[in-house]
Design a protein around this ligand. Structure first.
Ligand SMILES: C[S@@+](CC[C@H](N)C(=O)[O-])C[C@H]1O[C@@H](n2cnc3c(N)ncnc32)[C@H](O)[C@@H]1O
Length: 217
């Protein structure tokens, strides 16, 4: 995923960042070496801060990969908190489980292997925070169910809303992504912006992050 923050600014902010668990660096190194699309560390730090700020006890994540963003979120949970994370790819899910065990948070993280579209109708809310980071074309179709699963005042966070800047027509000449995914992300953001159930802030963190708060009524 593209990083839109200039490198000196990124380095300056990275030097100030305090990572809550040493295993994060291990997962990050492993994932980047394989070219896996993990969240950037600044996005991970934002997820951790948001989970702490809303006192999250129940977290749902769509798109685990090998557990990098999972660990940023899980380390913000209290000891009796719980997190469900969903991953289509069985190999990645198994590696995520191994990382959670090595980090000592396996007791509060459940990795569900399979299609999240189906799982979402089998689990019960409410969740305090939901992180959407799966197939970009599924962001819109999943939105209504995710809002249902969120408690009033809870947070729905989505990654890649800037998509390497490609959501801005004409801005990126050397494109990395297909137009269908780009259009799906742009349409999702427009829908969030106009959704009366939510108040959404769109942030230039990492590859762009939306933070939506579910209104009380
Ligand atoms: C961008 S990666 C997730 C990265 C992870 N959140 C992190 O930052 O560490 C997206 C993941 O979502 C998974 N995925 C895509 N569509 C899915 C679906 N319908 N159900 C479950 N997982 C899905 C992919 O297999 C992939 O591993």
């Amino acid at each position: 995923m593209g990083h839109l923050t200039p490198e000196p600014v990124r380095d300056y902010l990275a030097a100030l960042r305090c990572d809550p668990h040493e295993r994060l660096a291990v997962i990050d190194d492993e994932g980047r070496a394989e070219g896996l699309p993990l969240v950037y560390p600044d996005t991970g730090a934002l997820l951790h801060a948001l989970a702490l700020s809303c006192g999250a006890r129940r977290i749902l994540e769509i798109g685990t990969a090998i557990g990098y963003s999972t660990l940023w979120l899980a380390t913000a949970l209290p000891a009796d908190g719980m997190m469900i994370t969903m991953e289509y790819d069985a190999g990645r899910a198994a590696r995520a489980r191994d990382h959670m065990a090595a980090a000592g948070v396996a007791d509060r993280v459940s990795v569900m292997v399979g299609d999240a579209t189906r799982f979402l109708h089998k689990i019960a809310g409410p969740f305090d925070l939901i992180f959407q980071d799966s197939d970009k074309q599924l962001y819109q179709p999943m939105l209504d169910r995710l809002v249902e699963l969120l408690r009033p005042g809870g947070l729905l966070v989505a990654d890649n809303i800037l998509w390497n800047g490609e959501v801005i027509p004409g801005y990126v000449t050397d494109k990395k992504y297909n137009d269908t995914d780009t259009a799906a992300i742009a349409a999702f953001s427009r829908r969030l912006a106009g959704d009366p159930r939510l108040y959404t802030s769109f942030l230039q963190v990492g590859d762009g992050v939306s933070v939506s708060i579910k209104r009380a009524s």
